[in-house]
Write a protein that binds this ligand. Structure first.
Ligand code: AMP
Length: 289
């Protein structure tokens, strides 16, 4: 892979990479399309990375379908699909993992403590093997995008990180390879996650600025469905994931939810900006006609 990538670079061409764990859907396809707009050659990587799964998680049963994936990738502008074996990425005596601090410790980091170490390690390895100028990631994994931007800054990777919006099913559920785990009855239940985000957005648009109140709105909505178990539902500063008491005008806010629907763990998020000036007019204000 490295020599192929080097050859492309020698021809003066730009490379964009889209890292995935496969079982591709329209969300992945949109990232691939974005990548092909940015670069001359789009490489996608397809690797279910064992180091980002905890022992009790779904590494073994993660859905896989190579033939379907390679058709979707080539239909969406990918010319090279890099699909290494676990033994190739992690040979015997593999000894180096990238341990980050700060943002990796929050939210997902609380519930999946070794997850981002696995993500940072494999992303660094995939950057070194595919030698991209651009790498496209989905907003769907919002905290991951912050972690990767931090990794790139800290380790001086010469890669521009591009974030593409979340692609949703027509009813609002964020597309995910894990959605196939949902049983019939659970599929409608899963919609409560985007409903919780929508309710919190509405409250903020109506002037709510108190973080605890905004979080409570998400929790209350999620608790209306019995099959749902909340890992977290939190509003944070979108750049730092800090949790201020109140949000300030102009502040970028991210609403982040991770919740189980039955046995399936789903994540979703929304970003918004607090209005610079609340739309409240003093009583003596007279509109000019
Ligand atoms: P995964 O295969 O789940 O590891 O995801 C690979 C890439 O696709 C990551 O950058 C994800 O954020 C992105 N992705 C996953 N689901 C979506 C979606 N519904 N919309 C946009 N991007 C997505």
């Amino acid at each position: 892979m490295q020599s192929v990538a080097e050859e492309i670079r020698m021809q003066g061409k730009k490379i964009a990479v889209v890292p995935t764990m496969g079982y591709l859907h329209e969300g992945h396809a949109s990232l691939m399309q974005k990548a092909s707009q940015l670069a001359d050659v789009t490489i996608s990587t397809l690797f279910v990375n064992p180091t980002q799964f905890a022992p009790n998680e779904d590494f073994e049963r993660y859905p896989r379908d190579f033939d379907r994936d390679s058709a979707i990738a080539s239909d969406n502008g990918v010319s090279i699909l890099f699909n290494p074996e676990v033994k190739e990425m992690y040979p015997d005596y593999f000894s180096t993992m990238i341990a980050m601090s700060g943002i990796v410790k929050k939210l997902e980091g609380v519930h999946r403590p070794s997850h981002f170490q696995g993500v940072a390690t494999i992303v660094a390895k995939l950057f070194n093997t595919t030698k991209p100028h651009f790498a496209v990631f989905g907003q769907k994994d919002y905290q991951q995008t912050l972690v990767i931007k931090q990794l790139v800054r800290d380790m001086n990777f010469d890669v521009k990180i591009v974030i593409a919006p979340t692609v949703r099913e027509s009813d609002g559920l964020a597309m995910s390879s894990r959605n196939v785990y949902l049983r019939d009855g659970e599929r409608p239940d899963s919609l409560v996650i985007c409903a919780a985000l929508a309710n919190a957005i509405k409250a903020i648009e109506d002037g709510e600025r108190n973080r605890k109140v905004i979080n409570a709105i998400m929790h209350q909505t999620l608790r209306t469905v019995q099959s749902v178990r909340i890992d977290y539902a939190s509003s944070c500063d979108a750049d730092t994931l800090d949790e201020p008491e109140t949000f300030l005008p102009g502040e970028h806010v991210v609403l982040l939810i991770a919740a189980y629907v039955g046995r399936t763990r789903l994540i979703d998020n929304a970003i918004l900006t607090i209005a610079e000036q609340d739309n409240i007019k003093p009583f003596f204000f007279v509109d000019e006609q």
